[in-house]
Design a binder for this molecule. Structure first.
Ligand code: ATP
Length: 365
């Protein structure tokens, strides 16, 4: 097992820079997710780690072994990197049973038959497909096929498991079940997993660390809850979270001794979230308010902002309320039915210390 380090990795396809000077250190045993919108460079990064794509520049290290260097010409081919790869479209061999699909790689590697049998059965058990070993792929559900595809790779005991959107073909219930299983599997096998997805919920629920990417550039590399509560910039704040974060243009200015943010009718004391941005100056900012960091009151009170109910969206266990405050429409999540009617007056509060303020360059202040 080994830590994976990407050092100044760049990949260009002609005029397109798919990955731009990426630095990442993925710790041994972690569940790292590459997250971002379509075309941001996730798959290219994964393929470079696997050895299927050659970087334009930079180095890739697995533990203390350099597996790629544009400087020295070092290149370890995919088969020698001890990594297993599962793509979105996992083609099982249709004419082979589940058992034969899983054990295929071990047979090719000419392992003794007793070992092949015990490893295949043990892996099928971990993935809860032990009772399906005699079936053919056409006799399996999508989720079962997916588990066979993962078992087939894991049985080879790769030190690193690379998964590229492996759940995207499944319906939402199966996806949820498979997320839980993958997370368990990670703990049980102690492997390092690098997972590619554009689904922020998938990244938040499964990962120990998330790399948010945009246009080939790394935006933030941190544990999921840090990304959620301290997004490094406007892009990350907007990409993570459902409903989307409320973003309101405003001004950061000093009122007497206190810094405050004035965004239309909303005035809030400034709360620094990023200890590295020390010297404050007056500037244009974007105020970020997550829907669950806001609350509603039918009565006015000090510190609340007056608005009117614009729209009510029930969502089962919670309600998303659109509230018009001045020129802005804010989304507020509430957990009890307030029996709101359209256009009725309502007051919005912001829970203490939850506001996020992004400075002129879009970075968290
Ligand atoms: P998706 O979620 O849609 O799979 P992604 O984040 O995985 O997207 P990549 O597949 O890594 O993105 O692609 C990054 C950029 O590089 C895109 O602009 C893509 O069009 C480009 N690209 C990827 N592979 C090639 C290639 N073989 N030739 C030319 N351009 C490519």
């Amino acid at each position: 097992m080994a830590t994976i380090r990407l050092k100044n990795i760049t990949k260009r396809f002609g005029q397109v820079t798919a990955v731009d000077n990426l630095n990442l250190e993925i710790e041994d045993g972690s569940f790292a997710t590459l997250l971002g919108p379509s075309g941001c460079g996730k798959t290219t990064t994964l393929r470079m780690i696997a050895g299927l794509e050659e970087p334009t520049a930079g180095e890739i290290w697995v533990g203390d072994q350099c597996v790629y260097s544009s400087e020295t010409g070092e290149y370890v081919p995919p088969g020698k990197r001890k990594m297993g790869l599962v793509f979105q479209s996992y083609a099982l061999w249709p004419h082979l049973t589940v058992y034969d699909n899983i054990s295929f790689g071990l047979s090719i590697a000419k392992r003794p038959s007793s070992e092949i049998k015990s490893r295949t059965i043990a892996m099928a058990k971990i993935l809860q497909i032990g009772d399906l070993l005699e079936r053919y792929p056409s006799e399996l559900s999508g989720g079962q096929q997916q588990r066979v595809a993962i078992a087939r790779v894991l049985v080879m005991e790769p030190e690193v498991l690379l998964l590229d959107e492996p759940l995207s073909n499944l319906d939402s219930k199966l996806r949820m079940d498979m997320r839980a299983e993958l997370k368990r599997l990670h703990l049980e096998t102690n492997s390092t997993i690098i997972y590619v997805t554009h689904d922020q919920l998938e990244a938040l629920t499964m990962s120990s660390h998330v790399a948010v990417m945009h246009q080939g550039l790394l935006q933030q590399w941190a544990p999921p809850m840090t990304i959620y509560s301290q997004p490094a910039n406007v892009f990350t704040a907007d990409f993570i979270g459902n409903p989307r974060i409320n973003l309101v243009d405003g001004v950061l200015s000093k009122n007497g001794d206190v810094w405050e943010v004035v965004a239309g009718n909303i005035v809030l004391p400034f709360v620094a979230k990023n200890s590295t941005s020390t010297s404050l100056k007056e500037q244009q900012v974007r105020l970020g308010l997550r829907a669950e960091d806001l609350y509603l009151s039918k009565e006015p009170a000090p510190g609340l902002f007056e608005g009117s109910v614009y729209s009510v969206l029930p969502a089962g266990s919670e309600w998303y309320i659109k509230v018009k405050v001045g020129e802005e429409i804010l989304t507020v999540t509430i957990y009890n039915d307030l029996n709101l009617t359209i256009d009725e007056p309502i007051w919005v509060g912001v829970f203490e210390n939850t506001m996020k303020c992004f400075g002129e360059r879009g970075t968290l202040l």
